[in-house]
Design a binder for this molecule. Structure first.
Ligand code: NAD
Ligand code: UDP
Length: 345
């Protein structure tokens, strides 16, 4: 079908891209760890709309039940409160392993737990995949490239990571998760996929996670000054959540066992991004004060802040036939509307 499907959530209606219903013979049992989080809940929505059987595991550290509440009670859906640092037995055909806090504020609040999640969480999910012969996909990150000395970042690049800095618990946790993934592939023949995800935004992202997209949108909507850390000349590339979900599913269904960058190569300096967010907030009738002018507050730079980040997505195009379809501006409009509705409620 080419019709788009509308799902009703307690706090927001999210317009979904056309979702093709499965041939029932291709229905799979799919485990999504971290399924109650931002990315995980959108992936769960898509897999459910396709007609799969979905098990969602989450410890609700940064995710919430309300992110998946519209599926509770559906015969194809099961929600399990569980911490992936502990083993679990379920029988599935595919595992999307997303469980891990993603924002610096959250992952630095308990760095030892973040490292345990990176190692033991991935170890347990790989062990499960080995036992039940499931295909395993790791949600890795552009952070494994650290503060990159090469630009844009290709998958061959080994990265430039500070192993002892405040971001190390996350970056090195994901690097060891990748190392474990390929070790299980070599040693035990586990069928693996690795997605290196670049900054992603959209409805249902955690709005107090201290990241740039949520901070800027909230500050602009509340008419507050936009906080820029350092000189604002660092760059990031932002992709919209629906593109990422397309990419994760395309990668899982592909034959590509190498790591694949999933991101939008459209690169902004943080200064440009502040300007863009403020403009969109004004467009949708938000509360930014001062016509045409963005009120900026410069704060000290954060330690180990990567200065440049942009994905090279040639491998994704070639091997999994994927590239982003939603422009940053369109994605931001959706996200600003979502934050506005949520604030109003
Ligand atoms: P999120 O914080 O919204 O989601 C993570 C989910 O995992 C939450 O629901 C949380 O409760 C759960 N979780 C955390 N630790 C757990 C544990 N030990 N056991 C069980 N559940 C646990 O973050 P997100 O943005 O949805 O990120 C999802 C995945 O994608 C993460 O692995 C993250 O590293 C990766 N990623 C995200 C981005 C991004 O920009 N959002 C970029 C790169 C990589
Ligand atoms: N940043 C900023 N102001 C904010 C939040 C973030 O200037 O209120 C900057 C931050 O220093 C970094 C970029 O925006 O250069 C992206 O930061 P974020 O924490 O969103 O994600 P990261 O890509 O660093 O994990």
């Amino acid at each position: 079908s080419t019709d788009s499907t509308t799902v009703t959530f307690p706090t927001v209606r999210t317009e979904y891209p056309a979702v093709k219903k499965l041939n029932p013979l291709n229905k799979k049992r799919i485990l999504v760890t971290g399924g109650a989080g931002f990315v995980g809940s959108h992936l769960v929505d898509r897999l459910m709309l396709m007609g799969h059987d979905v098990i969602c595991i989450d410890n609700f550290f940064t995710g919430t039940k309300s992110n998946v509440s519209n599926w509770i009670g559906h015969p194809n859906f099961e929600l399990i409160r569980h911490d992936v640092v502990d083993p679990i037995m379920v029988e599935v055909d595919q595992v999307y392993h997303l469980a891990c806090p993603a924002s610096p504020v959250h992952y630095q609040s308990n760095p030892v737990k973040t490292l345990k999640t990176g190692f033991f969480g991935t170890y347990n999910m790989l062990g499960l995949s080995k036992r039940v012969k499931a295909r395993f996909l790791l949600a890795s990150t552009s952070e494994i490239y650290g503060s990159p000395a090469e630009h844009p970042q290709q998958e061959e690049y080994w990265g430039h990571v500070n192993p002892i800095g405040p971001r190390a618990c996350y970056d090195e946790g994901k690097r060891v998760a990748e190392a474990l993934t390929y070790s299980y592939s070599r040693q035990d023949g586990v069928d693996v996929r690795v997605a290196r995800i670049f900054n992603t935004f959209g409805p249902r992202m955690n709005w107090n996670d201290g990241r740039v997209v949520s901070n800027f949108i909230l500050q602009a909507l509340r008419g507050e000054e936009v906080t820029i850390y350092g000189d604002g000349e660092a760059t990031r590339s932002f992709q919209y959540i629906h593109d990422l979900v397309d990419g994760l599913i395309a990668l899982m269904e592909s034959d590509c066992k190498e790591p694949v960058n999933l991101g939008n190569p459209d690169e902004f300096t943080i200064n440009e991004f502040a300007e863009t967010v403020s403009r969109i907030v004004r467009e949708v009738g938000g509360k930014v004060k001062g016509e045409g002018e963005v009120r900026i507050k410069h704060l000290p730079p954060v330690e180990d802040d990567p200065q440049r980040r942009r994905p090279d997505i040639e491998r994704a195009k070639e091997k999994i036939g994927w590239e982003p379809k939603v422009s940053v501006l369109d994605g931001l409009r959706e996200t600003v509307l979502y934050f506005k509705r949520t604030l109003e409620e």
